[in-house]
Ligand binder design. Sequence first.
Ligand SMILES: [Zn+2]
Length: 419
Amino acid sequence: MSLDHNLPLGKIGYCQVCGGKNLESIIDLGHQPPCDSLLWPEQLDQSETSYPLRFKVCMDCSLGQIDYVVAPEELFFPDYPYRSGITSSLVEKLSKTASSTLSRFSVPENSLVLDIGSNDGTVLRAFQNSGMRVLGIEATNIAEIANRNGIETLQKFFSEDLAHHIRKNYGAASVIAATNVFAHVASLGDILRGVSLLLDEGGVFVTESHYLLDLLDTVQYDSIYHEHLRYYSVKSLIKLFEQYGFTVTDAERIDNYGGSIRVYAVKGRRHIVSNSVKELLTKEEKFGLGEINIYREFAKRVLKSRQDLLKLVVSARQMGQTVVGVGCPGRASTLLNYVGLSPGLLPYIAEQSTSLKLGLFLPGLHVPIVDEERMLSEQPDYAIMLSWHYADPIISKLRDKGLRSRIVIPLPEVIVQDP
Ligand SMILES: [Zn+2]
């Protein structure tokens, strides 16, 4: 591979971290449209582009990855509909990035903290409340929301060039965060050189990414989509950071997005490494991340859940019953497109009334996204939890609002809950 870790667009035939060729194909989810390219009604008559979506693993560094890079401009367009501040449970989780980091590292007050892919500024607000100077980097129009809310945010993609600009105008940073974005970037080398340039010696780069071990363990194939180029293990992150002169000093599992890892990489070599890193490496080895069996088992479980879900929906429809979806995170697109639940089977997806996605349509299948009020008044026979990784709080809220439908949890295996 190119040693600079900047991926070309299109098909890639080597490991994104180590450059090796020891890649195994695990599952092919078919050609799929970018999952967040929700459509406006007038777009339904136009053509759509789909791209290969195949999950592979590097047997040398235990990095899960897809083998096709879609242009970032097509994935993270200005109207990208995801806003982190919207779920209160997520706000609470994202705030922990600040408290966990500041409890591990002594960061002087008024130090500069950056967040790459800062979204609406939720992560930075917590740092700001702890007395830090903050600066967000967010490429989409959500940057405007952050700026309006008092979190200074540059509406740009982070790059080495931008790092030069920031260093000159804002000074060096003590902490740089990249939560739920570090697995997304194709220009990984550019990011890492930029982070290294901006951080003080001994400064910390804290990343949060979906964890490969959790993905396999709880069959989260629906979190595989074009935005997510990589599915990290701790082993693969150590290998990556080594190449840029960082030491992974600490790591912890967190429950964000159905299972993530928060990894602290300190600028400079030979920093003290905490036991947590060794423990996670041992856990990964015991789990079998270095062997093919665990991945084959995962693929089998994916196929089974697809068949079970399709069977449930088809037989419900044959009996004249109704089935709808609840919640439309990015992963809903992978799941529904892979299982093939088009509007004939699944007439709509219900979202909360504050959602920016109301009135739009799921790419590929064109399932409409509607206000949950409709579901509450129609009381369908089944409601499939598409945000199943947050199912419990969502279900109890919907029950409080009077939903009497049977609830379907699609993964890790299909489960039906009676009201
Ligand atoms: Zn590799």
